[in-house]
Design a binder for this molecule. Sequence first.
Ligand code: URA
Length: 238
Amino acid sequence: MAATRLRLDKFISNATDFSRSQVKHLIRANRVKVEGIIAHDPGLVIGDDAWVCVDEHPISKPVMRYFMLHKPAGVVSVTRDGKHPTALDLLDEPRPEQLQIAGRLDIDATGLLLITDDGQWNHRVTSPRSQCLKTYRVMVAEPLDGGIIGKFASGLWLAGEKRRCLPATLELIDNTEALLTISEGKYHQVKRMFASLGNSVLRLHRLRVGGIELDSTLEPGEYRALTKTEIASVNTLD
Ligand code: URA
């Protein structure tokens, strides 16, 4: 894999117990070297394989973290919230403030939630340009009939949008449940897709994002680190 690029202050704070503001002080005090040269800019962008020293001690390459959480209902996909438990509250990891959620789920939705401190990887998961496929198991209020498969495939119009949705794949499981695969991540997209057809979503469970499938051994609220293969399955953007 090509070296990930990140800011010098982030590189050091990821790899040590120094906070970003402490790192800025170290840099101002000329205590940080990059490739043997004193660094002056905390925002300097370097590869994650750069040779960085603090007080002449090499800092090990920061290890980026990637997790999948089986998100339960009632938990919000934001890093901080005064009212509800957050997805990050369910993780027992150091430096939680550095973790980001790669693709939110609504408070009532369940299933696969990806969490990382690698901003570039997060961008590859969530950028509209990557058209990363997401599969949801959906339970709806009104009976489904085979006729709507074509409507999803030809691109639904959502209220308030200027363009049609990209084609989506709907597979019926029974008359109120289906698997839906979409390649976008518009706000409340799945609920709005069914609403555009006069139906409403009662349950929404995310099973897959790109090549990453929710581990069926994870109970709601449990999480695990992603494997190297899962991490690499998120394509690079050109
Ligand atoms: N679409 C929705 O409507 N909600 C989600 O949480 C994810 C996709």
